[in-house]
Design a protein around this ligand. Structure first.
Ligand code: F0G
Length: 430
């Protein structure tokens, strides 16, 4: 079967070369579907392992190495790679103890070329833009998507246009977008409002949209799970924990797990735990209360990456929760800040949204949902240097919630000002 875009609601099918973000019949979300590759799981495992010894650019990529799982291109020459993926799986004893687990591993997506998991998806989204011959691409972003899109579009020679909430993204991310040459528009509106605006603009002036509603980005993000299982010699963990914002990554993880399970790569389906920030937790409310999905009009959190009130991918994410016996948790600003500092103390570090994972694990353990002896992988989505302002404020006791409540520096590490005098400093060190 040639690759198709298929509506997840009504199963309507469209060619992968059509520029569509929703089903034209029922407005449902679209996903890429393929026929069988003709190779067994055992053969593919061996092939992928073998590619790690190759110097070919696509084999070096932790996304395109697994290209049999994402075969939407008709010509591999369209792929644009910055050698994304290849992110480590790091055991973290102190974080495990903090969370109440015997052991815990972090799959750290901050090791990507632009410092977040968005690169896994963007290499695919931009490849599709190249294939379609689109001269411009655009996204609305809380920061990481725009940094990533700017890099990949510029690498491909395509013009990147980015739209961000004015004053509400971390400087590390804005700086990246500027450096990678994106035309940058700061809009006085929140993420959800800007997404609606950009969809109108895309239609009006024919720009290719690279938000996570783009099904090809989701294909690339599947490889986070594929690579993680490859690194674990295909032993599936009991749980995969990740932060939830627009819920694109949750959708990608669920699709990867469904496909790998159906193809016989794994026997056990890991449970997926999605963690949201308390002030931006519409998916948590929806899973907890049922009924209609109700967006949040004014999402709030210092973890600006996940400050999203109307996540477009919730219908896909709902299926992931159902298919994997998954759970959704929410955590406070204080819980995120402390968990983040503990991840730092492991010598690992991450940006605030990523730390929601460890904070969520601690809560799920306390509630008895997760057992101490379970095998847990938490996905750290962004690099520690994405948001240095947050870090400095936390460690110096100056961090406040959006409503002005002080965050306690429970793991604070304040720099000391000292005189230029060896005796005094020696005394201080002790
Ligand atoms: N963690 C980080 C560091 C992120 O940047 C994002 C999303 C998420 C988690 C949540 O992932 O949206 O797939 O549920 N950032 C987007 C952006 C929205 O524009 O960079 P999600």
């Amino acid at each position: 079967m040639t690759p198709q875009l298929t509506c997840i609601e009504c199963e309507a099918q469209f060619a992968v070369t059509e520029i569509l973000y929703n089903c034209t019949k029922c407005d449902g979300l679209l996903e890429a579907r393929y026929g069988a590759s003709g190779k067994s799981a055992a053969d593919l495992k061996a092939l992928w392992r073998n590619r790690r010894t190759s110097n070919a650019p696509l084999d070096n990529s932790g996304v395109w190495r697994y290209r049999e799982m994402i075969p939407f291109l008709d010509d591999e020459a369209h792929a644009v790679t910055l050698r994304e993926g290849n992110t480590p799986l790091l055991p973290a004893r102190r974080a495990a103890e903090y969370g109440g687990l015997d052991r815990l591993e972090f799959k750290h997506q901050g090791f990507n070329p632009t410092g977040s998991f968005k690169d896994n998806g963007m290499t695919c989204g931009v490849a599709q833009a190249v294939r379609l011959g689109r001269p411009r691409v655009a996204c609305v972003s809380t920061g990481n998507t725009s940094a990533s899109m700017a890099a990949y579009a510029s690498a491909a020679g395509i013009e990147p246009l980015i739209f961000i909430p004015n004053g509400n993204i971390a400087y590390g991310k804005l700086a990246q977008a500027l450096e990678y040459g994106a035309r940058t528009f700061q809009v006085d509106a929140n993420f959800d409002q800007i997404l609606a605006l950009v969809r109108v603009l895309a239609e009006k002036i024919g720009i290719y949209l690279l938000n996570s509603i783009n099904p090809f980005r989701i294909e690339g993000q599947k490889t986070i799970v594929i690579e993680m299982l490859d690194q674990r010699d295909w032993v599936a963990p009991d749980w995969i924990v990740l932060p939830g914002g627009n819920l694109g990554n949750t959708s990608a993880f669920g699709k990867a797990l469904r496909e790998l399970h159906a193809l016989g790569f794994i026997e056990k389906m890991p449970r997926v735990a999605v963690v949201q920030a308390e002030g931006s937790a519409p998916f948590y409310d929806f899973i907890r209360e049922g009924g209609e999905f109700r967006p949040i009009g004014h999402p709030e959190t210092l973890a600006t990456a996940i400050k999203i009130g109307d996540p477009v991918s919730w219908p896909k994410a709902l299926r992931v929760i159902e298919d994997t016996r998954g759970v959704v948790e929410k955590v406070t600003e204080q819980e995120i800040a402390d968990a983040k500092a503990v991840i730092g103390l492991c010598g690992i570090g991450c940006e605030p949204a990523s730390a929601a994972t460890l904070a969520g694990i601690k809560k799920l353990r306390a509630a008895g949902v997760m057992r101490a002896d379970e095998d847990v992988v938490a996905v750290l989505t962004g690099h520690v240097l994405k948001d240095p302002d947050y870090i400095y404020k936390y460690h110096t006791g100056q961090l406040e919630t959006p409503t002005g409540v002080k965050i306690a520096a429970n793991f604070g590490n304040k720099p000391q000002v000292v005189p230029n005098d060896a005796d005094t400093i020696a005394r201080l060190i002790g």
